[in-house]
Design a protein around this ligand. Structure first.
Ligand code: HEM
Ligand SMILES: *[C@@H]1O[C@H](CO)[C@@H](O)[C@H](O)[C@H]1NC(C)=O
Ligand SMILES: *[C@@H]1O[C@H](CO)[C@@H](O)[C@H](O)[C@H]1NC(C)=O
Ligand SMILES: *[C@@H]1O[C@H](CO)[C@@H](O)[C@H](O)[C@H]1NC(C)=O
Ligand SMILES: *[C@@H]1O[C@H](CO)[C@@H](O)[C@H](O)[C@H]1NC(C)=O
Length: 334
C-alpha cells in the first residue's frame, strides 16, 4: 500500500483503526455482516428517513433537473463500490480524493446524502453509515424514476482512504470492448451478465460530450467516427456535441426510447442508438446479445436489476476496518 500518497492524513486513521479494534473486542454487541433491515433495532427509521429525503429532493416530475439527481445517486453507488469497495470513499472531500478524479467530474447528489445524514445524526447519532445511506438512496432513486424496488442490505462501515488515481484505474471506461468491460466487473467479483444488467441503469441517465469525443471524432486511424453509429444518429450527436467546443451544461440522454427507469435502454441498443460504445457493444457482440434481447422485457429487467444491485452493494464492504462517519465528507478524526 502506498501510504505516502494518501489523499488524506494518515495518523488519525491509524489511531482510529486501533481504537476500533478495541471497541469491537470489548463491546461484543456490534453487529458485523450485511443484512436486510439491518437497522431495525439500532435505528428503526433509518431507511424511511433516507426515502423521505430522497423523495423530497428528486420526485418533482415537473422539474427534470430534480430527476437528474436521482440518476446521479444511482451512479454514485457504482462509483463508490468499484473503488475501495462500498465504503463511501467517493464522498470524502479533500485534495487528491476520488472526487478530484476526472472520471468523477460529473457526479451529483452529494447534498442529498448530506441531508439524509444530518437527519439521521439527529435521531440516531453515530449509527447509520454513509456507505449504507448511499445504497438506500440509490434504491429510492430508482423508485423515484418509476423503477421497481428491492431490499437493500445494511451493515457497511465507512472507509478512511480515498484516492483519485484509484478511481481512474477502477471505474470502467466507456471505450472498452466487451472483454475489457467484463474484466473490469470480474475484478469486483461481478459477472459479465451482471455487467449487462447493471448497465441497464443507463435507462434513466445522461452523459456529457466530453465522454463522447473519441467515439465521434477520434475513433481510430481509419474511421474518425465509430461506423457502428447510424449516420443520422451520429449527425445528431455531433450537432449536440460540436467538435472541441464542449459545453458542460449540455447533456445527452442515454436511453432515447423512454426517460424513465425501465427496459427502454435495451430497446435503445437494438436501435443501434447506444450512446457510449460500452452500451452499444452489449447488443453488437454475439456473446451478450441474447441477454440484451431478453432484458427488453420490463419485469425481467427490474427483477434482475435489484438482484445485481445487491451483489454490487456487497463489493469490498468494510466491517471491522471502518467507522460510522458523522459527516459523510470527512473521516471522524480528521
Ligand atoms: C459497464 C460499465 C459502465 C460504463 C463504461 C459507464 C459509463 C458511463 C458514462 C461515460 C457516463 C456518462 C457520464 C457523464 O458524461 O456525465 C455514465 C453515466 C451514468 N452511469 Fe454508467 N457506466 C457503466 C456502468 C454503470 C453502472 C454499473 C451504473 C449503476 C448501477 C451506472 C450508472 C450510471 C448513471 C445513473 C449515469 C447517469 C448519471 C447522470 O445522469 O448524472 N453506470 N456511465
Ligand atoms: C431537499 O429537500 C429539502 C426538503 O424539501 C430541502 O429543504 C432541501 O433544500 C433539498 N435539498 C436539495 C439538495 O435539493
Ligand atoms: C411506471 O411503472 C408502471 C409499472 O410499474 C407502468 O405501468 C407505468 O406505465 C410507468 N410509468 C411511466 C411514466 O413510465
Ligand atoms: C477502425 O474501426 C473499424 C470499425 O470497428 C474497423 O473496421 C477498422 O479495422 C478499424 N481500423 C483500425 C486501423 O483499427
Ligand atoms: C452552454 O449551454 C447552455 C444551455 O444550452 C447555454 O445556456 C450556454 O450559453 C452555453 N454556454 C456556452 C459557453 O456555450
Amino acid at each position: 500500500m502506498a501510504f505516502t500518497s494518501l489523499g488524506i492524513h494518515l495518523l488519525p486513521v491509524l489511531v482510529f483503526l486501533l481504537s476500533t479494534v478495541g471497541v469491537d473486542a470489548g463491546a461484543g454487541k456490534l453487529c458485523y455482516g450485511l443484512q436486510d433491515n439491518y437497522y431495525r433495532h439500532s435505528c428503526p427509521s433509518a431507511e424511511s428517513v433516507v426515502r423521505r429525503v430522497v423523495r423530497a429532493n428528486v420526485s418533482d416530475p415537473n422539474n427534470p433537473l430534480n430527476l437528474r439527481f436521482a440518476s446521479g445517486l444511482v451512479r454514485l453507488a457504482f462509483h463508490d463500490c468499484f473503488v475501495q469497495g462500498c465504503d463511501a470513499s467517493v464522498l470524502l472531500n479533500g485534495p487528491g480524493t476520488e472526487k478530484a478524479a476526472p472520471v468523477n467530474k460529473f457526479l451529483t447528489g452529494f447534498e442529498i446524502l448530506d441531508e439524509a445524514k444530518q437527519e439521521l445524526e439527529k435521531i440516531c447519532p453515530g449509527v447509520v453509515s454513509c456507505a449504507d445511506i448511499l445504497q438506500y438512496a440509490a434504491r429510492d432513486s430508482v423508485v423515484a424514476l418509476n423503477g421497481s424496488s428491492w431490499k437493500v442490505q445494511g451493515g457497511r462501515r465507512d472507509g478512511f482512504v480515498s484516492r483519485a488515481d484509484s478511481a481512474e484505474s477502477e471505474i470502467t471506461s466507456p471505450d472498452l470492448d466487451l472483454d475489457g468491460l467484463t474484466a473490469s466487473f470480474n475484478r469486483k467479483g461481478l459477472s459479465r451478465e451482471q455487467m449487462v444488467i447493471l448497465s441497464g441503469s443507463h435507462t434513466a441517465a445522461a452523459g456529457h460530450c466530453e465522454n463522447l469525443v473519441k467515439r465521434l471524432y477520434n475513433f481510430n486511424s481509419t474511421h474518425a467516427t465509430d461506423p457502428s453509429i447510424p449516420a443520422a444518429y451520429a449527425a445528431q450527436l455531433k450537432a449536440t456535441c460540436p467538435q472541441k467546443t464542449f459545453n458542460d451544461t449540455v447533456f445527452i440522454i442515454l436511453d432515447v426510447v423512454t426517460p424513465f427507469f425501465d427496459a427502454g435502454y435495451y430497446l435503445t441498443l437494438k436501435q443501434h442508438k447506444g450512446v457510449f460504445s460500452s452500451d452499444q457493444i452489449l447488443f453488437d457482440d454475439p456473446r451478450t446479445r441474447p441477454l440484451v434481447e431478453s432484458l427488453t422485457e420490463d419485469k425481467l429487467f427490474e427483477k434482475e436489476f435489484g438482484e445485481a444491485m445487491r451483489a454490487m452493494g456487497a463489493v469490498g464492504v468494510k466491517q471491522h476496518d471502518g467507522e460510522i462517519r458523522k459527516d459523510c465528507r470527512k473521516i471522524n478524526k480528521y
